[in-house]
Write a protein that binds this ligand. Structure first.
Ligand code: NAD
Length: 487
């Protein structure tokens, strides 16, 4: 069995507890992983708070912080094959995707390395002749970063990169499901030369998460996960009044008009719902298609779903691996069954793959007769596509917006004017037109409503980890006039 420890205050150590990580492809234990309790969390936050003030970090120039991040980026790139192996082993995410994604994670660190010395303050043209007034952009303090089990390295890079560029220190809690790649990444942080306590990485469940989010020394909570956990976190932040940024789930519409390139749309829809075995926050899980081409699209999607190669996640040819947990597989099955009962028509899939491991096949449900079926309204976080037909643009928009989520969306059409009308009308943080599931460190990412608040990526994310200090400097040598009058 492989072993994974916590990284606190520059040291690798065991947590108060430990647990066995299961290989989702076999359901068998493969690693022993540390599990943090509230005491471990407290030590990590205190270490981060000390490091935040210590000259080894607080005294670094922004360019020096950038250089550390560049070094980290290079190490991530060099270690991408090993990190990909671990993520695939611990979460079941296919090696094809983890290899590509982790190599790209290095670009996120590079982007924020380059941004570190471009976080500028401002000088104000103040309305008083004997004053200089300027704004300093200062790091907000200790950041509590919490990530879910899908794409832990990627989802932590979008927090660590901007937080460290801004000069914050971080306690990063990996998910208790699939934490191995993040705990291994801690070695790269150490190797890059960040001073002790600047980055602390541990894993644990809801108790550790609660202790972290209500800790009095935490200034900002950056969370990715589900809306129910987000509610706990917002309540916990009532204790320390920390700022929160929340990247939550989605029920994203993928809209196909009759004039679209249907082959391209089908391929993008496959990427949008079956890639990562559907365990993607931006999964285009609601396929809204104009009636005139619904049968054609269904035929294409069914053929694609039935042709997907399901197999061992570490095999390069595999396209769908297991789900991360048996809990997740069972939940998907419950929602699919309830949807069929509610009138959805099963086109393909719909039952777990027999044998070992937490496999679930690509599943398509025609929900035109049951637009309120649970598979249309609830996030499944699995390879399940719900199809609903529409007549015209107005109906497409109404269906697209009939959700409290607002993360991503896709529109497929060759009509430029219609594309623009749809872009304006869709309530979502991301609109992809004639493409889907494209990301970049340069482009902000996030949603609203049940999909959260705040944006990751881009300069705005780095600014989010700063606070503004207003400085007033009097330039006159004359005595201060009337002290009882505000100037
Ligand atoms: P989850 O909300 O159950 O868990 C996420 C993290 O929160 C885990 O690390 C967990 O240990 C921690 N946690 C649990 N209870 C906590 C508490 N009381 N206080 C603090 N932390 C706590 O989510 P999940 O099932 O692991 O992940 C799936 C969800 O994540 C989906 O809803 C998915 O859409 C969402 N997600 C969103 C994005 C995005 O960027 N918008 C990206 C990936 C996943």
């Amino acid at each position: 069995m492989e072993r994974f420890q916590h990284y606190i205050d520059g040291r690798f150590e065991d947590g108060a507890g430990s647990f066995e990580s299961l290989d989702p492809a076999t359901g068998q234990p493969w690693a022993v992983t540390s599990m943090a309790d509230a005491g471990d969390v407290d030590r990590a936050v205190r270490a981060a708070a000390r490091a935040f003030r210590a000259p080894e970090w607080a005294g670094l120039t922004a360019s020096a912080r950038g250089k550390l991040l560049f070094r980290l980026a290079d190490l991530v790139q060099q270690s991408a094959p090993e990190l990909a192996r671990l993520e695939t082993r611990d979460t079941g995410k296919i090696i094809r995707e983890t290899s590509a994604q982790i190599a790209y994670v290095a670009e996120y660190y590079r982007y924020y390395a380059g941004l570190a010395d471009k976080i500028e303050g401002a000088h104000l043209p103040i309305d008083k002749p004997d004053m200089e007034v300027w704004l300093r952009r200062e790091p907000v303090g200790v950041v509590a970063a919490i990530v879910p089990w899908n794409s832990q390295l990627f989802l932590s890079a979008v927090k660590l990169g901007p937080a460290l560029a801004a000069g914050c220190t971080v306690v990063l809690k990996a998910s208790e499901d699939g934490p191995a790649p993040l705990l291994a990444f801690a070695k790269l942080v150490d190797q890059a030369g960040f001073p002790p306590g600047v980055v602390n990485i541990l894993t644990g469940g809801p108790d550790a998460g609660q202790a972290l989010t209500e800790h009095p020394q935490v200034a900002h909570i950056a969370f990715t996960g589900g809306p129910e956990t987000a509610r706990h976190i917002v309540r916990a932040s009532a204790v320390n009044l920390a700022k929160t940024s929340l990247e939550l789930g989605g029920k994203s519409p993928f809209i196909v008009f009759a004039d679209a390139d249907l082959d391209s749309a089908a391929n993008a829809q496959v990427a949008g719902i079956f890639a990562a075995t559907g365990q993607s926050c931006v999964a285009g899980s609601r396929h809204l298609v104009q009636h005139a081409v619904k049968d054609q699209m269904l035929a294409r999607l069914k053929a694609a779903a039935e042709g997907v190669r399901i197999g061992a996640p570490e095999a390069m040819e595999t396209e769908i691996g297991p789900l991360c947990t048996s809990r997740q597989r069972d939940r998907i099955q419950r929602i699919v069954d309830a949807s069929v009962q509610a009138g959805a028509r099963l086109i393909t899939g719909g039952k777990p793959v027999e044998g070992a491991g937490f496999y679930y096949p690509p599943t398509i449900l025609d929900c035109s007769g049951a637009p309120d079926a649970p598979c249309v309204t609830e996030e499944l976080f699995g390879p399940v596509l719900s199809v609903v037909g529409f007549d015209d643009e107005t109906e497409a928009l109404a269906l697209a917006n009939a959700t409290n989520y607002g993360l991503a969306s896709g529109v497929f059409t060759r009509d430029l004017s219609r594309a623009h009308r749809m872009i304006r009308g869709i309530h979502a943080g991301i609109v992809w037109v004639n493409t889907y599931r494209a990301v970049s460190p340069i482009a902000p990412f996030g949603g609203h409503g049940l999909s959260g608040q705040g944006r990751e990526g881009g300069m705005a994310a780095a600014l989010d980890y700063t606070t503004v200090k207003t400085v007033w400097l009097r330039t006159s040598d004359d005595p201060i006039p009337d002290p009882f009058v505000m100037r």
